[in-house]
Design a protein around this ligand. Structure first.
Ligand code: DBV
Length: 250
């Protein structure tokens, strides 16, 4: 059992309990990818598996799980709502590298600076944020241009201690996901054309940023080569533009 397998198992179980969960197609060749990396005594194996679902209100629920030994574990888990809901993204980036664990957990807002949006989707989760923040101290610098995509309830921490991940991070992950599914249960479809346009533009802004700046690009390039990596990023991890039924806005 690797560090983030319990997170993935928990998430899939909870999604099955709470949603009308259907599979979401994973392009051929991306369900599972294996490579042997390094030379001689430093040789190691890296397995990346993909998991994807959808539900009536959620366009794509997907996870990339990288397993490369004790010093290389990643679970990147993102939920992209359908474009006719104003729901935030659920974003988890759980990363273990030789230097330690790097944890990002948030419900990433469509409209960061809109007070009504914050009241609807950030204020209700502030109690959870406030409970975990003292246990998961602020992780320090991250790219300034990424700031616009995070909510005031962004949990962002670094740790060298596996126990912190197995306990506090795991509990925070569970509570954020439960709270997210409460938002999903309450969500009503948007029909106003102007608002629909704004939602689509916000999705595209977010997706383009994440695809362009994917911090895993370098790692995937080394393991699996640039052709596989670009197709994985644009054809699976951040695939909205490929699947838009019409000319993209914004
Ligand atoms: N990050 C991804 C995907 C990954 C992934 C799809 C499947 O978006 C892994 C793999 N994240 C990953 C790895 C690192 C990070 C780092 C391997 C370490 C990179 C390295 O140090 O070599 C949140 N993830 C990070 C960082 C942040 C995030 C802030 C620090 C990296 C940096 O300083 O650039 N989550 C990440 C992020 C957004 C988000 C940038 C932006 C909206 O939601």
């Amino acid at each position: 059992m690797t560090l983030y397998q319990p997170f993935l198992d928990y998430a899939i179980d909870l999604l099955k309990q709470r949603l009308d969960l259907q599979p979401y197609p994973i392009p051929e060749g991306f369900e599972s990818k294996f490579a042997v990396v390094g030379q001689g005594a430093k040789q190691s194996e890296v397995l990346t598996t993909s998991h994807a679902f959808q539900s009536p209100k959620l366009r794509q629920i997907r996870a990339a799980h990288v397993q490369g030994g004790a010093a290389l574990q990643v679970l990147n888990f993102v939920i992209f709502p359908q474009l006719n809901y104003d729901l935030p993204f659920f974003g988890g980036d759980l990363v273990t590298l030789p230097g330690g664990h790097l944890i990002a957990l948030d419900m990433q807002p469509l409209f960061r600076d809109d007070p009504a949006y914050q009241a609807k989707f950030t204020q209700p989760i502030l109690p959870i944020f406030q409970k975990f923040q003292p246990l998961l101290p602020w992780g320090g610098d991250f790219p300034a241009e990424a700031q616009q995509f995070f909510s005031p309830a962004f949990l962002w921490t670094r740790s060298k201690d596996d126990r912190v991940v197995e306990t506090h991070v795991f509990e925070a992950f569970q509570e954020y996901l439960q709270a997210y599914l409460d938002f999903v249960a309450q969500a009503e479809p948007v029909t106003d054309p102007e608002q629909l346009q704004a939602i689509e533009a916000a999705h595209l802004r977010y997706l383009r940023y994440r695809a362009e700046k994917d911090p895993a690009r370098g790692m995937f390039n080394r393991f699996y080569g640039p052709a596989w990596t670009e197709e994985y990023i644009h054809g699976f991890l951040f695939d909205l533009e490929r699947n838009l039924p019409h000319q993209p806005a914004g």
